[in-house]
Design a protein around this ligand. Structure first.
Ligand code: CQM
Ligand code: MG
Length: 352
């Protein structure tokens, strides 16, 4: 464990200074593509006009015999594609795999200046982040990079969840954490066979109304991911980094996907993954506050003056704490409006 005094010192001679604040650029959807799949890679310039983040995936979902092809494809995309101000991230292979070291060496030394964030899968504890932290510093120095790469951890092992607070605080490079529900389910020995989402068997039932235990009893499906997402959100907020819901594997179920994303949004997540182009619009809808929410937030802020005391607005008490919640919505709206002209018009046109 480094001394707090040394926390912001570069970990290699010649490496750039670590950032002191994580950039809050919009990242409502992290869109996954396989850079070794020519059809997908060809869609990148168009997807860059729709998604906040494009992520070249090198890990799971890329077959073992396609790993080098995917890595080379990402180098090509990073060099050649015009992404405008859309971020380019990658997910490298897990640290215990035969590919992780070459993923990091190749990407940082060849296209490190084009990448914003490196997502590290199957993080077990802060020691995994420390390893990546030092290696990235060495590679940044070798490549002469002026801007440090940021690191994103996937929360997808039971040990990772047990250590999530330490992972979030492990390095000034830590940009955020995503839930990885599929590997996490396997690691915990959960009895699901899905990628995220709920399960009809995980429910609570209302009390019996008479002798017949089956009669008139309502059931309510519960959210399998509530505990983990809530804990991840707290760990990220404490560390000043960003939490994300991960993937929703039932591509056809756009309604269930929207609900799962919205639960994460309401709990504090800033975005989710999209695995298919159809999920980009769902994440954009969910992770952008509605014009009505924004108008209400601005109204409360305006009526609260210096932000202290208590007032009544439309029958609801507002005070120092509600104004802070409204500031979260209003500042998110400002950040999104700066990137998205359609939202800028929608937010500007609703009178406060
Ligand atoms: C599900 C699949 C196989 C269906 O792919 P498909 O081709 O069968 O679907 P489609 O509906 O027929 O596709 C229509 C068109 O869209 C294209 N397309 C389709 N998807 C994409 C995409 N993502 N980006 C760009 N283009 C895409 C596709 O190539 C096709 O192009 P065409 O019209 O020219 O023929 C495909 O969407 C896919 O491979 N998606 C990404 C999967 C992935 O990255 N999985 C790993 C992340 S989840 C995970 O790792 C778990 C986690 C966190 O680790 C843990 O919980 O543990
Ligand atoms: Mg996984």
């Amino acid at each position: 464990m480094r001394s707090p005094k040394d926390f912001f010192r570069p970990l290699a001679v010649g490496a750039p200074d670590p950032v002191r604040q994580i950039p809050q650029r919009p990242s409502r959807m992290i869109h996954f593509f396989d850079p070794g799949n020519e059809k997908m890679a060809a869609k990148v310039p168009d997807l860059a006009t729709k998604a906040d983040v494009l992520l070249g995936n090198l890990e799971d979902a890329v077959a073992a015999d396609r790993k080098e092809i995917a890595r080379a494809g990402l180098v090509r995309v990073a060099r050649e594609a015009d992404l405008g101000d859309t971020q380019l991230w990658t997910r490298v292979n897990s640290l215990d795999s035969p590919w992780a070291l070459d993923d990091l060496i190749t990407l940082v030394t060849e296209v490190g200046d084009k990448l914003d964030v490196i997502m590290v899968p199957k993080v077990e504890g802060p020691e995994d982040i420390h390893y990546v932290d030092r290696l990235l510093a060495q590679l940044e120095a070798r490549a002469g990079l002026r801007r440090p790469l940021l690191v994103h951890a996937i929360l997808e092992t039971a040990s990772g969840v047990a250590n999530v607070e330490a992972i979030a605080l492990a390095s000034p490079r830590m940009q955020g954490i995503s839930l990885g529900p599929a590997d996490l389910a396997a690691s915990r020995r959960m009895k699901t066979t899905r990628v995220g989402g709920g399960h009809p068997g995980y429910l609570v039932r209302s009390d019996p109304t008479g002798d017949d235990l089956n009669e008139g009893r309502l059931t309510y499906q519960q959210d399998l991911w509530h505990y983990t997402v809530a804990r991840m959100v707290d760990a990220c907020a404490e560390a000043g980094i960003l939490p994300y819901y991960g993937p929703f594997g039932d591509i056809r179920d756009t309604v269930g996907c929207e609900d799962q994303f919205r639960n994460a949004y309401l709990l504090g997540c800033v975005g989710a993954w999209s695995l298919h182009p159809a999920q980009i619009a769902i994440a954009r809808k969910v992770f952008s506050p509605s014009p009505e929410e924004v108008a209400w937030a601005r109204r409360v802020i305006a009526e609260m003056g210096d932000g202290t005391g208590a007032v009544m607005i439309d029958g609801k008490m507002q005070d120092d704490a509600t104004v802070k919640q409204c500031q979260v919505i209003a500042s998110l709206a400002d950040d999104l409006a700066a990137r998205d002209p359609e939202l800028a018009a929608a937010y500007g046109s609703v009178s406060a």
